[in-house]
Design a protein around this ligand. Structure first.
Ligand SMILES: [Zn+2]
Length: 166
């Protein structure tokens, strides 16, 4: 019987959060955004790249970012998270998958991401090896509620779909 079209289609979700800190850079999706407050973390704290890396690995059933890049490894300190994303893409591609499309939602009160959105999409599209039309990035406030509303940090949710090549 012929294989049903789209049968080898996979979906993954990723989530990440980091606290804001003074004297740290704010890097989202590989783009440095001018801001009084940056993000604290072991690597460059790029929440978009981390959530996306997890979404891509998750879609292929290949574990998560913590397994691939353990905090205990000094090599991962201040690591460029775009490189982590690229490594995840390489890993799923060796397992026979191609990234099809991604959708990212950053939940934060500040800064507004709209002016940087296209730059982030373009940077991510290069790392993912897909057209930027297949990369969606959205910013959303938390309406002043909770830890995000108090501007203690930001969160990012990402979804990725992969196509199986075999
Ligand atoms: Zn992170």
């Amino acid at each position: 019987m012929p294989r049903e079209q789209g049968a080898n289609f996979r979906v993954g979700i990723g989530y990440d959060s980091h606290p804001f800190a003074r004297g740290r850079a704010l890097i989202l999706g590989g783009v440095s955004i001018p801001s009084e407050l940056g993000l604290d973390g072991h690597s460059d704290a790029d929440a978009i790249c981390h959530a996306l890396t997890d979404a891509i690995l998750g879609a292929a059933g290949l574990g998560d970012i913590g397994e691939m890049f353990p905090d205990s490894d000094p090599a991962n300190q201040n690591r460029d998270s775009i490189q982590m994303l690229e490594a995840a893409v390489k890993r799923v591609s060796s397992a026979g998958y191609t990234v099809n499309q991604v959708d990212v939602c950053v939940v934060t009160e500040a800064p507004r991401l709209t002016p940087y959105r296209d730059k982030i999409r373009s940077k991510l599209s290069v790392a993912l090896g897909i057209d930027s039309a297949r990369v969606s990035v959205k910013g959303k406030s938390n309406e002043g509620m909770g830890w995000i509303g108090r501007r203690e940090g930001l969160a990012c949710i990402a979804v990725a779909t992969l196509k199986g090549n075999r």
